[in-house]
Design a protein around this ligand. Structure first.
Ligand SMILES: Nc1ncnc2c1ncn2[C@@H]1O[C@H](COP(=O)(O)OP(=O)(O)OP(=O)(O)O)[C@@H](O)[C@H]1O
Ligand SMILES: Nc1nc2c(c(=O)[nH]1)N=C(CO)CN2
Length: 164
């Protein structure tokens, strides 16, 4: 079960530098990287805007737990400090989905439960995998179409910023 979709986010310090660090750290496993989006914060709204992107990765040696550990190692590299839930961070790496795997382990919920409602994940993911299906939720094209006008207005593609 090697193929995963990871979401990347940063809203502290050198935001694009942290996203680049993550993509560089994923190395040869990277299959596709989305454009970068500037997004208004959801959850805790009184914090700086995020840069968000989505990465498709593939590595026969890593299962879903391997991808979680890889994401956490990258967060440590970005000197992320554990802070408030949904608060500001140098780098957030979430495992969105790993093939068809479903998990209700709180340490690794799959698919990531925030995905169906988050424009900051769905919009960049749709850019690189328009035919993707989120297990248990259907085609992401339908999830994107179901986003509110407000949600969509809160994500802005930054064509001046590129990954890796
Ligand atoms: N699919 C997943 N991807 C990443 N972390 C997960 C996942 N499912 C559960 N977790 C757990 O979530 C915990 C907290 O993660 P984190 O602090 O990044 O949450 P958050 O980013 O503030 O909120 P959210 O998970 O809603 O985006 C981690 O300890 C991790 O084990
Ligand atoms: N726009 C946006 N808002 C957020 C984000 C994020 O990645 N993008 N991550 C959060 C913490 O998980 C909280 N809020």
């Amino acid at each position: 079960m090697p193929r995963a979709v990871l979401s990347l986010g940063s809203n502290l310090g050198d935001r694009i530098g942290y996203l680049r660090l993550a993509v560089a750290g994923l190395g040869n496993a990277v299959v596709a990287v989305s454009p970068v989006y500037e997004t208004a914060p959801w959850g805790v709204t009184d914090q700086p805007d995020f840069l968000n992107a989505v990465c498709v990765v593939d590595d026969p040696a890593r299962d879903e737990w391997g991808w979680l550990r890889s994401g956490q190692a990258l967060e440590r590299e970005a000197e992320r400090v554990r802070e408030q839930r949904w608060g500001p961070r140098t780098l957030d790496v979430d495992v969105v989905t790993v093939d068809g795997v479903r998990s209700d382990d709180p340490e690794l919920l799959l698919p990531h439960p925030g995905t169906p409602s988050r424009a900051s994940v769905l919009v960049p993911w749709y850019d690189i995998e328009p035919d993707a299906v989120l297990p248990g939720h259907g085609p992401i094209a339908e999830l994107v179409a179901a986003l509110s006008a407000d949600d969509v207005a809160n994500v802005h593609r930054r064509d001046d910023l590129r990954l890796p």
